[in-house]
Write a protein that binds this ligand. Sequence first.
Ligand SMILES: Cc1cc2nc3c(=O)[nH]c(=O)nc-3n(C[C@H](O)[C@H](O)[C@H](O)COP(=O)(O)O)c2cc1C
Length: 343
Amino acid sequence: MAGVSTPAMAAAVSAAGGLGSIAVGAADAAGADAMIAEMRERTSRAFNVNLFCHSPAVSGAAIEDRWIERFRPRFAEYGAEPPAELREIYRSFVEDEDMLDLLLLVQPPVVSFHFGLPRGGWIQSLRDAGIVLLATATSLAEARAVAEAGVDAIVAQGWEAGGHRGMFDPDAPDERLPALELVRLIASELDTPVIAAGGIMDGAGINRALGAGACAAQLGTAFIACDESLADEGFRAALASQATYSTVMTRAISGRPARCLANRFTALGADIPASEVPAYPIAYDLGKSLNAAAKARGEYGYGAQWAGEGAPRFRAMPAGQLVQALAAELSQANISVEGNCHE
Ligand SMILES: Cc1cc2nc3c(=O)[nH]c(=O)nc-3n(C[C@H](O)[C@H](O)[C@H](O)COP(=O)(O)O)c2cc1C
């Protein structure tokens, strides 16, 4: 969870028996190196390093200038100017050879890809280094591509999931399958193990995912309010308010569809056609600036408050305790995972 998870949170999850994940999608190789080193200082357990594999941004000056002008009045409300131009604020892993070199050097136990896949040669190099690979799929077609690329497990991300939709092409039609339907479909068609993601907030939810054919579950929203999270006070307050009952898929904040608590930004984005939004992550440059300007005046409603439909069932506690609670709930629910994991 880029921007929310921390090495402290991921290490606590791993120490408690889960697979903690650090997100380096918004970092460069040096930043990733520091986060991986911190993970290793904090835990000797396995952990995952998550990367963004989006197609490198292409939008153009005209669409970006119109975007800046569209939001100028919002900035003015908070006594601020929009950025003069928008930047691609981070690189996709697919063109970041420094990141590949780093991963091959420091060899984290697990690496996961979101928004697509790197080229085959890179996947092979990571596998040859003994790294277990995971990749998000939001449809059977994407799951097939993941399996055919030789990735070890498929993260089946349902429509209800918080954060960015992992679809490879954000402009393609979206089948919008809920997590468990997607898990059932992929598990029935492919031999690659499936990890369920979307709307899972407790051990009973993990149990349902296993019952649908998953070999594991990936939880995001459940951890937003944990002590080790970077979620700011506005995000935590929104989660704990009526806002938690309404999440929407929006493209306006970052340039890619992502599920967010309904807030001022998602309301502004509701009527904007996808064709008018600059590419990801160029749009996010403005989104982050607007949030910073509003926050400086005490308004938190422009935050990227990514959260899934399970948000009302969040629990605020240390991440390790949450993993223990999930494990206890799962053992009470008690469905065997053997047979779903294909070794
Ligand atoms: C705050 C937040 C940030 C996220 N950031 C990332 C990310 O950096 N990389 C990624 O692969 N998925 C990210 N996701 C999506 C998760 O991987 C996962 O698909 C999702 O959390 C599962 O649904 P749930 O939120 O209902 O548990 C994020 C989700 C949330 C809620």
